[in-house]
Design a protein around this ligand. Structure first.
Ligand SMILES: [Zn+2]
Length: 111
């Protein structure tokens, strides 16, 4: 029963949004969607850094080839599946503010 109430609330919210909010001009200006994505940076789009630090073993790794894991809305990268498994077994050990901030990052290029 709770799900039904929840659904009803959302339906009402969406209805009002469509009616009075942003939905109105989406429907009105349907054919005139200009693509300005190239210059504007979308807040939803998240780009991975080129390199990141494996929180488990401390190695710098290339994110393109690294194993990744999401914890508390942040993405973490690992040099290997083993490191990721260790992390996922106890992520709080590695995401707590006592480990990362105290070590100086070893990036040479300041970008
Ligand atoms: Zn590692």
């Amino acid at each position: 029963m709770e799900n039904l109430i929840y659904f009803g609330v959302w339906a009402a919210v969406i209805f009002f949004m469509m009616r009075f909010g942003c939905g109105a001009h989406i429907m009105g200006g349907h054919s005139h969607v200009s693509r300005t994505n190239e210059n504007e940076s979308e807040p939803l789009r998240w780009e991975a850094p080129e390199q990141d630090k494996d929180p488990v073993c401390g190695k710098m790794i290339r994110t393109r080839t690294a194993k990744s894991s999401v914890h508390n809305g942040s993405v973490f990268y690992f040099c290997s599946r083993e490191c990721r498994e260790i992390f996922e077994a106890a992520p709080d050990l590695y995401t707590g503010d006592n480990s990362i901030d105290h070590e100086a990052p070893q990036l040479e290029h300041s970008k």
